[in-house]
Design a protein around this ligand. Structure first.
Ligand SMILES: Nc1nc2c(ncn2[C@@H]2O[C@H](COP(=O)(O)OP(=O)(O)OP(=O)(O)O)[C@@H](O)[C@H]2O)c(=O)[nH]1
Ligand SMILES: [Mg+2]
Length: 446
């Protein structure tokens, strides 16, 4: 699968910085880089301290014009990120310097890399599976410690290992079915029937467990949605402002101030959260407010977590709140020693900024399943979740057919479909257009 073309791109973020890295990958990477550095060749895994020379387009060789000074690092195939010969040229972090190095490499026969082309080559050369490469992209764009941690797990192959184990299981069951096909004109032999059923049931259980962890991981990548819900004037907007330390939402003593949804991105104790303020919910609202309330209800339906905000002395109906929500009693500053208190609520004062740390800790606790050591979530994407669901549906159909003593061929076909869906996660069975789509999403130089 090794490509005949050598590609070049800046691997570091654009802008000024101490160091920028120009990366070359392909069969001529070393020879091109060596010419730019005016060396005969480069030693693998040795940091050469060099001058980068501008290549003259007329003579197609290095001129005496020094572009910059830096390091040249050569990774010989197959021990490199892409599995090909790779050279990293570490220059100073300046776009003009990098552009001159890349232009010089192009004169010597390299071409500019397309978005995601280094990763694509790593995948095609079997260095990493597709979801591991997606995890690298997820790590680069993580906006919380939790999201970064889960991306590292996927990058290390925790998710692929789980998927590969399931694939092995499916292949094994298919061999049992093949045996039944070869040796019997009748139904599947009874002993095999039980064995197949047991294996498929186990596979479904594993699949459900993996789905749960993967969907947590997917949520971590996109950040959790937390919605402030409650009656008008309880202080939802004040609480949003207090939590983000900014006057983002309008606060007035008039009930029905907020109509639109207001969203702020926060990092709450290492968890990425979109906190959404909503219109206070009440029955006798005017037209605009009614629309605001409808939006509030939709936001609540889609939320990962709801903060149910109550006033200092909640009514009996309010006290019977949904235990899945966090009950927040605001305006605690108006309470006195004798005021009755709700056992399961968190008392805060948006104005005096008290109780906020306790509230943050509770939000992080409810959203964080990584405290469960056995089930630390690995990063996943929606397409992985879809594939897991398709595999599950196919195995369920196979189970049903097995129960109805259908032909082994039909059951085997369902398992083949399940295998194909799981293979899409790691890239084993991914159609070319999907691969294109995935890699084009990556940035240049990656
Ligand atoms: N004493 C006290 N007053 C507060 C506190 N938080 C908010 N308020 C007051 O309560 C009133 C309503 O506050 P908002 O934040 O606008 O309430 P809301 O829930 O967003 O109201 P709507 O947008 O109308 O649904 C304002 O006058 C705030 O100053 C608090 O912790 N203590
Ligand atoms: Mg408000």
């Amino acid at each position: 699968m090794l490509s005949s073309e050598t590609i070049a791109a800046v691997a570091t973020a654009s802008g000024s910085g101490g160091v920028a890295i120009v990366r070359l990958s392909g069969p001529d990477a070393m020879i091109i880089a060596a010419q730019i550095c005016d060396r005969k060749q480069l030693t693998p895994r040795y940091a050469h301290y060099v001058q980068f020379y501008k290549v003259d387009p007329k003579t197609e060789s290095a001129s005496r014009l020094v572009i910059d000074m830096g390091l040249a690092l050569y990774f010989k195939a197959p021990s490199s990120f892409t599995g090909e010969d790779v050279v990293e040229l570490h220059a100073h972090g300046n776009a003009i310097v990098c552009e001159q190095i890349i232009a010089s490499a192009c004169i010597l026969g390299a071409r500019r890399a397309r978005a995601g082309e280094f990763s694509e080559r790593a995948f095609l050369n079997g260095k990493l599976q597709l979801n591991q490469l997606e995890a690298i992209a997820d790590l680069i764009s993580s906006n919380s410690e939790q999201a970064a941690r889960s991306a590292v797990l996927s990058m290390q192959g925790v998710f692929s290992d789980e998927v590969n184990a399931l694939l092995q299981k499916l292949i094994f069951v298919r061999t049992l079915l093949e045996a039944a096909l070869d040796f019997s004109d009748e139904d599947i032999e009874f002993a095999d029937h039980d064995r197949i059923e047991k294996e498929l049931r186990y596979t479904l259980e594993r699949l459900a467990a993996i789905y749960k962890v993967a969907s947590e991981g997917a949520r971590m990548q996109r950040g959790a949605t937390v919605v402030l819900m409650g009656a008008p004037n309880v202080g939802k907007s004040s609480l949003l402002n207090a939590l983000c330390s900014e006057e983002r939402a309008i606060v007035t003593p008039i009930a029905g101030t907020t109509r639109d949804l207001i969203s702020v991105d926060l990092n709450i104790n290492g968890v990425a959260v979109s906190l959404i303020d909503t219109a206070g919910i009440r029955h006798d609202a005017g037209e605009i407010e009614r629309e605001g309330i409808a939006r509030a209800e939709t936001a609540c339906a889609q939320a990962d977590l709801i903060l149910q905000v109550l006033e200092s002395e909640p009514s009996a109906a309010e006290q019977a709140a949904d235990p899945a929500n966090i009950i927040v009693v605001n305006k605690a500053d108006l309470l006195n020693e004798q005021s009755p208190r709700l056992a399961q609520a968190i008392y805060v004062s948006a104005i005096e900024r008290t109780g906020l740390d306790e509230l943050r800790a509770e939000i992080a606790k409810r959203l964080d399943i990584s405290s469960d050591e056995q089930q630390t979530p690995f990063a996943a994407r929606q397409r992985h979740l879809d594939a897991l669901q398709q595999a599950q549906a196919a195995i369920e159909r196979a189970m049903l057919q097995l129960g109805q003593a259908e032909l082994p061929e039909l059951i085997a076909e369902e398992l083949r479909l399940a295998q194909q869906s799981l293979g899409e996660i790691t890239g084993e069975f991914t159609p070319d257009d999907l691969l294109d789509y995935i890699f084009r999403e990556f940035c240049i130089g990656k």
